[in-house]
Design a protein around this ligand. Structure first.
Ligand code: AMP
Ligand code: GLY
Length: 422
């Protein structure tokens, strides 16, 4: 019997997951809720928001969906996995309490400090005056974070004391991140290159994906405001097999163990963001879901049927599965709306995607696009242009050739994705 799968979310990550699943001979029908202008070509877009858990449960039951896959963090933090499991529905992702490792930075920091997992030195504050006194004692550089989920915008890397004071005022006095800023984590600035580690987890065992690298700031040379991510490469060849093993032993394994000890067995995808410092890898943050745009690069390299992996995570049979990857490299260049991550226009016409996909090795994943008789922009990150190649150089050349064929008013992208790894 062919299977019906529902993917929750509307970004480039979800398009990439749908693209990979659509190649599985086991799939009968794919649904994406709510999806985007790209997912409509390979799946049926369902007009239900990713956080409308009651409606998603009803849809899943009435359409006899075999497996639901959660993309974004928000539904996880709201307990979508618990709600589905309570109804006997199969769903890929961690429970609400396991996902707390992402939705509360204070929880994650305390867990790491109790379990001896390397991370930046930190203090947690609920009161503005005490937080302010702390940053004044510490001085800059210093990092100020809203503890809760803040659309990737709750982290302030401050090079001056004045920036840190402004950050605290925004979070704790002006409440720009609402309840996500009730608690604040203030931590040591970590220097070094950033990498993304991903692990498939089934609650008992886990398997690492190849290392990836995202590029968070909006402008070249890692300048400007932080975004959701402007481009990725995978694998990162300077991260040796030995270094990856070390990360597994000192970070991933003890984290999963610490969660299990607290009755929060983690099933789904665990994604620690790391800084490779001179004193070894240290955790910057944990995510309880696939990275976006890491997934866009990963899905181009994955050889194994993704459905088999996701089902093994849900069923606790990961130990029996061998996960295979294509050789070579993948790159993803995000094309964003002009003005992003601040205000930007929507509803702009897009041209050139078909031409871009004629470049060898290129697949364009949609993120902030919508179709209303014509394809239009609808979000900050609009497209993820991916390419594979035998070398990282080839993959990047192809991706950039394709990026230049796509046009919409005000488009912006980083010109230096992957440059640090060449
Ligand atoms: P997060 O949302 O926690 O991943 O933080 C967003 C970005 O801020 C990270 O990807 C890092 O580039 C940067 N960042 C977070 N914490 C630190 C830190 N302690 N030291 C240096 N950079 C950091
Ligand atoms: N790649 C950044 C994120 O998914 O959080």
């Amino acid at each position: 019997m062919k299977k019906k799968v529902l993917i929750i979310g509307s970004g480039g990550r979800e398009h990439a997951l749908a693209w990979k699943l659509s190649q599985s001979s086991q799939i009968g029908k794919l649904f994406v809720a709510p999806g985007n202008g790209g997912t409509r070509h390979i799946a049926e877009n369902i007009g239900i928001d990713a956080i409308n858990i009651d409606e998603l449960v009803l849809f899943t039951k009435s359409n006899e969906i075999d497996l639901t896959v959660v993309g974004p963090d928000d539904p996880l933090a709201r307990g979508i996995v618990d709600a589905f499991q309570a109804q006997g529905l199969r769903i890929f992702g961690p429970t609400r309490t396991a996902a707390e490792i992402e939705w509360s930075k204070a929880f994650a920091k305390n867990l790491m400090s109790e379990a001896g997992i390397p991370t930046a030195a930190f203090e947690i504050f609920n009161e503005y005056d005490k937080a302010l006194a702390h940053v004044r004692t510490r001085g800059a550089p210093i990092v100020v974070k809203a503890s809760g989920l803040a659309l990737g915008k709750g982290v302030y890397v401050c090079n001056t004391l004045a920036q840190a004071e402004t950050a605290l005022a925004e979070i704790m006095l002006d409440h720009v991140h609402k309840d996500a800023g009730k608690e604040v984590v203030i931590e040591e600035f970590l220097d070094g290159q950033e990498i993304s580690i991903h692990a498939f987890c089934d609650g008992k065992t886990h398997v690492l994906l190849p290392p990836a690298q995202d590029h968070k700031p909006i402008h070249d040379n890692d300048t400007g405001k932080n975004t959701g991510g402007m481009g990725t490469i995978a694998p990162v060849s300077w991260v040796s097999a030995h270094a990856l093993q070390d990360i597994d032993e000192h970070i991933v394994r003890p984290t999963l163990h610490a969660l299990a000890q607290r009755e929060r067995q983690f099933s789904g995808l665990l994604y620690p963001g790391l800084k490779m410092t001179t004193s070894g890898p240290k955790v910057v943050e944990f995510n309880a879901r696939f990275g976006d745009p890491e997934t866009q690069s990963y899905m181009r390299l994955l050889k194994t049927d993704l459905l088999d992996i996701l089902e093994a995570c849900v069923d606790g049979t990961l130990a029996k599965l061998t996960i295979e990857w294509h050789s070579g490299f993948a790159a993803c260049i995000v094309i964003a709306s002009g003005g992003y991550p601040d205000k930007y226009k929507k509803g702009l016409s897009l041209r050139g995607i078909t031409d871009a996909e004629h470049v060898p090795g290129v697949v364009v994943f949609h993120a902030g696009t919508t179709f209303d008789g014509e394809l239009k922009t609808s979000g900050g990150r609009v497209l993820g242009v991916t390419a594979i190649g035998n070398t990282l150089h080839d993959a990047l050349d192809r991706a950039y050739e394709a990026v230049e064929l796509i046009e919409f008013e005000g488009k912006q992208y980083r010109k230096d994705i992957g440059a640090k790894a060449l």
